[in-house]
Design a protein around this ligand. Structure first.
Ligand SMILES: C[S@@+](CC[C@H](N)C(=O)[O-])C[C@H]1O[C@@H](n2cnc3c(N)ncnc32)[C@H](O)[C@@H]1O
Length: 298
């Protein structure tokens, strides 16, 4: 990853500038967007500090899916390694976020199966490149957890981030009205995930009136999950409405937005459509190309 050229930050150029691993353009309304292909930590390290007003992001969940690229998050052998990977990237997010900025971090949980190698043909594992997943191995994931337990990943990450200087202001429940695709019969099926609202200072941008006006539960958001992608890429995208709500309450009009795990670019698309310049990072080159093509149309 080379340093971005000064040209990439020249806001007067209403064109797309394509580098080897970064793209920059403007919407027809003149709203800037940037896309960087690379590892989130490495890319964030080359960005200046205190430049973003709001971050809305959803990292890969632990052993839930294979994004097909080396260096991807989510395939760590131990829980501690996964928590550390996410928290270390969030350390960099802390640095690039303005003092009055807000981070919305969407995280889901994973069950520890500990059942070993699957007998028979498992549709999911046949797609995985890495053989036996850490969550299927015996040994309790290094923390002595018993098979069939939910790991508690979101809170493990949130607590680690709190130790690293973040202020956790609100654990928001995203109640997904399309259930997660689970076939279990011996426990309740899951219907929610967390969106943690973190800040870095005591004073920050927050427009609570937007929640009051919508007459909703303020910390429980019922929003339908996106149906399975049909556009040729499957990033497990979050719904536009989730991003809209985060930006409504946590980002001033015209404020700059970041998604360090941008995937199909939901955060960037919603942000530029509301007049907010946005930056996305993703490791997968196909997803980056998809985002560039999408944003070209705005
Ligand atoms: C859950 S998806 C994000 C989906 C996105 N919110 C959307 O709406 O499409 C997580 C993304 O993180 C990317 N990713 C995985 N490891 C990464 C890393 N180390 N650095 C940057 N991106 C990474 C994956 O390629 C994937 O697109």
């Amino acid at each position: 990853m080379s340093n971005p050229t000064p040209e990439l930050f020249d806001r007067s150029k209403a064109i797309i500038i394509a580098g080897e691993s970064d793209w920059h353009g403007k919407t027809v309304d003149g709203v800037d967007w940037h896309i960087y292909k690379g590892d989130a930590k490495e890319v964030l390290q080359i960005l200046p500090e205190n430049i973003f007003d709001c971050v809305v992001t959803s990292p890969p969940y632990y052993w839930l899916r294979d994004y097909g690229v080396d260096q991807q998050i989510g395939q760590e052998e131990t829980i501690d390694d996964y928590v550390n990977s996410i928290s270390t990237i969030m350390d960099e997010v802390f640095r690039v976020l303005k003092p009055e900025g807000v981070l919305f971090l969407n995280l889901g949980d994973t069950y520890y199966s500990g059942k070993g190698k699957s007998q028979g043909s498992d549709r999911k594992s046949s797609k995985r490149r890495f053989g036996l997943r850490a969550v299927d191995k015996s040994g309790g994931l290094g923390i002595g957890i018993r098979p069939k337990s939910i790991i508690g990943i979101p809170w493990r990450v949130a607590i680690e981030m709190s130790k690293r200087n973040w202020i956790l202001r609100s654990p928001i429940i995203w109640h997904r009205t399309y259930r997660l695709p689970e076939a279990v019969t011996d426990r309740p099926r899951r219907s929610y995930e967390f969106v943690f609202m973190f800040v870095k200072s005591r004073k920050y941008h927050f427009d609570r009136q937007r929640l009051i006006d919508q007459k909703i539960e303020e910390d429980m958001w019922t929003i339908a999950a996106r149906p399975k992608a049909t556009n040729g890429i499957d990033t497990a995208p979050f719904p536009d409405e989730l991003v809209e709500r985060c930006l409504d309450i946590g980002c001033p009009p015209g404020g700059s937005v970041l998604d360090p795990f941008a995937g199909s670019g939901t955060t960037l698309r919603v942000a530029v459509c509301s007049g907010r310049p946005s930056t996305g990072i993703d490791l997968n080159p196909e997803f980056c190309k998809y985002m560039v093509n999408e944003l070209r149309g705005y």
